[in-house]
Design a protein around this ligand. Structure first.
Ligand code: ADP
Length: 428
């Protein structure tokens, strides 16, 4: 059931409940006040008849001109034992013991007795009786029977339009989302005309979700194209070698082919692993960070090298930063690995830490100016023939991604054939 229908039903139910409670209260209050006025009328009438019947000296005068049935009130005079003397009583009168100044309710009538102490004739009782037939006034009846239902219906119709209007931004949002979903274009932005803060918040959340979806789709597409691009070469080598081995009769050649196939298969496993790792990191939005002493971390790092490169450390002690330790180490290690890969035989690499930056510099082959802005791209390798066979061109893309996740910026300065300098700025 739609929210609109549900709201309308809740609204109508609440309204009906309110109308019921108010009508009940109205009827109750009207009835109670009517009963009170009936009792008062009866009391007044009995007292007034007693004054007409008995003179100030205590003598009763039955000949007095008294209306024993007046204004729906019956008045009768009784002896102490209840014997009727004179007056008027309803047809369905029920005899009950007489009392003094007490109001009782008997079978749809109010009875009120008054004891008269007479001078000569002893005690007499005056009994007043009024039917207890309360009825709602015509105004109240019209109000309850016509006006209340009409007002309720009018309120429900009015609410229907109010709810429809209040929910119109949701419909707008729904249309926008449907439009984007059907076009599968996540670069679009949702724009709502309403200024309602709740709807605005919903709009912001949807747009954030769209950005996230767009990034995920793009990275998914990149991964697919990267995998197909990177696996094409080893796969064609494997195919060629397999076809050759199947047709070849020379055992030695077959073994050679199998070796090539094994090597290329291992390369494929490595490529897939690295690509998946890179993908995982790209999809990270938030990484867990701790405030750690990076001076100590850097002091423990080393250069892996076959070229006898000397690593000099100029590390300012006790520098603390919010970092993800594993990713941070991976970032620096990648830079040190490159310094070793592209450094010169017996050269020097310097690892420096100041309050605001980390610098990794080497005196290796350097990078040409035109390549400087490309080296952080995935799979970019300046000179494939000079690069290690195990290199994929993903190392600096990793470094860049990790730096971004830490809100660091990375700069590179290099002079071809002289050396390179990678600077990571903390942006504290
Ligand atoms: P890989 O080292 O796997 O090729 P990287 O992304 O780490 O990939 O580096 C991309 C390219 O940038 C490398 O192929 C290399 O040409 C160049 N490069 C990176 N670091 C250095 C460096 N310290 N000195 C010279 N060239 C470098």
């Amino acid at each position: 059931m739609s929210i609109k229908k549900r709201l309308l039903i809740i609204d109508a139910a609440l309204l009906a409940f309110l109308v019921f409670v108010c009508s009940f209260l109205l009827i109750y209050v009207t009835t109670v006040s009517q009963k009170e006025s009936l009792k008062n009328e009866l009391l007044q009438r009995v007292l007034s008849v007693s004054e007409q019947l008995v003179d100030p000296n205590g003598n009763i005068d039955y000949s007095a001109n008294i209306d024993y049935f007046y204004d729906n009130i019956y008045i009768s005079v009784h002896k102490e034992d209840g014997t009727y003397i004179t007056g008027s009583m309803p047809d369905n009168y029920i005899e009950t013991p007489l009392s003094d100044r007490e109001l009782t309710e008997v079978d749809g009538y109010y009875y009120y007795d008054l004891k008269l102490s007479l001078k000569s004739k002893g005690v007499r009782y005056l009994r007043g009786i009024i039917p207890n037939n309360t009825s709602l006034s015509s105004i109240v009846l019209i109000f309850l029977a016509i006006i209340v239902p009409l007002l309720t219906i009018a309120a429900i119709i009015l609410n229907y339009f109010l709810i429809k209007r209040a929910l119109s931004p949701i419909n707008e949002l729904n249309n926008e989302v449907n439009l984007i979903t059907s076009s599968i274009d996540f670069s679009k932005e949702i724009k709502i005309t309403s200024n309602d803060p709740d709807v605005k918040q919903l709009e912001t959340s949807f747009n954030k979700m769209l950005i996230r979806l767009k990034n995920l789709f793009e990275s998914e597409e990149e991964l697919t194209s990267d995998i197909s691009h990177e696996l094409r070469t080893p796969l064609s080598v494997i195919l060629g070698e397999t076809e050759y081995a199947l047709e070849c009769n020379d055992e030695k050649e077959i073994i050679e082919s199998l070796k090539v196939i094994l090597k290329e298969s291992n390369q494929m496993i490595r490529i897939t692993k690295e690509l998946l790792e890179f993908q995982r990191m790209k999809n990270h939005d938030n990484i867990s960070k701790e405030n750690l002493n990076i001076s100590m971390i850097l002091e423990e790092m080393n250069i892996i090298n076959e070229k006898n490169i000397k690593l000099i450390k100029r590390i300012k002690p006790n520098i603390y930063l919010d970092i993800n330790e594993t990713l941070f180490i991976e970032m620096i290690q990648n830079l040190l690995d490159n310094a070793s890969k592209y450094g010169k035989e017996n050269g020097t690499t310097i690892l420096e830490l100041t309050d605001n930056e980390i610098i990794v510099s080497d005196d290796g082959i350097g990078i040409k100016k035109e390549d400087l802005n490309k080296i952080f791209m995935r799979f970019y390798q300046v000179d494939k023939s000079r690069t290690n066979k195990n290199s994929l061109g993903l190392g600096l893309a990793f470094v860049n991604q990790i730096a971004k996740l830490h809100n660091f910026t990375i700069e590179v300065e290099s002079e071809f054939t002289k050396g390179s300098k990678f600077i990571i700025k903390f942006n504290k």
